[in-house]
Design a protein. Sequence first.
Length: 218
Amino acid sequence: MENNAEGRSATSDSYDRVAAEYAERYVDELRHKPLDRALLDWFVGETQGAGTVADVGCGPGQVARYLHERGLPVIGIDLSAEMVAVAQRLTPDPRFAQGSMLDLPAPDGAWAGIAAFYSIIHIPPPDLARAATEFARVLRPGGIALLAFHVGTETRHLEEWFGQVVDLDFHFYDFAALERAFEDAGFVVEARLERHAYAEIEAPTRRGYLLARNRRPE
């Protein structure tokens, strides 16, 4: 959860504990995810030349690295200080910084796009509208938000992960809830996609993608 200081601490502390093992398992995951790569390539085409983009909830930086390798100026943001350190070590060129989706470290209209892959799942439903509004604030008019998430309405809680004690909630979202939050924040939803998990490399959950454009006026 990220809805208060205690929740942010629980989430960041948990990811601090698992950062090294998480990175070892997931830093090269995009090699096995053709749809994710295709969507990120579309994101590159939409934001090329428009300014800095952000990988929000960057983890070990695999998405930031993919975007950087394709010529985008990118910054990676993560709640976990240890995850930021791991990402910076693995991919030295983009800049990585600690920050929350509820209070992003950027001025109004700073970014041309946000890629948030499996990070919105740590925002509890009561704070979803706030996160969407924060995304709108830091995106320029016409800026793109590309979200990936687990589809559903449940919350899964973990107390152990990779042999470490954690306190993590994973919030699944249906498309209607996400679309409502982002449209209310000033986005136009342009596309939604859903797929099954890639066998043997992902947890067996349905995966959703939402593509939205910030319609905030100049």
